[in-house]
Ligand binder design. Structure first.
Ligand code: SF4
Length: 225
């Protein structure tokens, strides 16, 4: 169980999934730059993030719902949580919906964020949640996302990566990738083309720490088993 002071924001998973250096610049160094992509995303979330709810007889929608998991050490907000009730008024199904600007991405960056919300909701409601949905503004439709074992493992691995970076307390070096860096809001601060070589040692050190942490977990699990 994690302490209230050690909770990781759900949004941090999205950042580390996109780029470990971007995560550290935002969460360790408090750097933040807005570009067109982040501005559009913010405007969309401002529209959604007005706390309210809508209810019908066996169904309820909660907008801008605060969530957390002490087991996973996570905290955040869900754009929308949909809740279904049985005739006896027990909660029988819970599912989050996350609103995104643009179109569905190839990477798991949005799915990981949804999975982290599911981990919180499962703990809060005491129910297994098998799926959530992503709504992409440009596509005007919701897309079902299966919260399967592989996605849960990927999310857990990213949480572990965040904790290692926090423990080390050093921002990893830049790994320039045109696809990512050209749309990154922190490109001007990061300067990936010129800072990459200088910081590669830090990146390697964090990867080594991560491997050691994973090995330690595997050894503990083997002993426990
Ligand atoms: S510019 Fe590239 S390397 Fe730098 S933080 Fe952004 S994505 Fe990461």
């Amino acid at each position: 169980m994690y302490d209230e002071d050690d909770l990781i924001p759900v949004s941090a998973l999205q950042h580390v999934s996109f780029c470990a250096r971007q995560y550290a610049l935002i969460h360790l160094e408090q750097a933040w730059e807005e570009n067109r992509f982040t501005a559009e995303g913010r405007v969309l979330h401002d529209r959604v993030h007005v706390e309210h709810h809508e209810a019908r007889r066996f169904f309820r929608q909660e907008y801008d719902m605060a969530v957390r998991s002490l087991n996973w050490g996570l905290t955040g907000k869900c754009d929308l949580v949909e809740i279904w009730y049985s005739e006896s008024k027990n909660i029988k199904k819970v599912s989050p919906v996350e609103f995104k600007r643009g179109r569905e991405k190839e990477s798991d960056v949005d799915r990981v964020q949804l999975c982290a919300q599911v981990l919180c909701l499962e703990e809060m409601f005491g129910l297994p949640i098998e799926a959530g949905q992503l709504y992409y503004l440009q596509e005007h439709r919701r897309k079902d996302v299966c919260i399967d074992k592989a996605l849960r493992e990927e999310t857990a691995a990213l949480l572990e990566q965040i904790r290692v970076i926090q423990d080390v307390g050093v921002t990893p070096g830049a790994e320039y990738e045109k696809r990512k860096c050209d749309r990154c809001s922190l490109a001007d601060i990061c300067m990936p083309k010129s800072t990459g070589a200088k910081n590669k040692q830090v990146y390697r050190f964090i990867q080594t720490q991560l491997q050691l942490a994973r090995k330690a977990c595997e050894t503990e699990e083997n002993h426990a088993g």
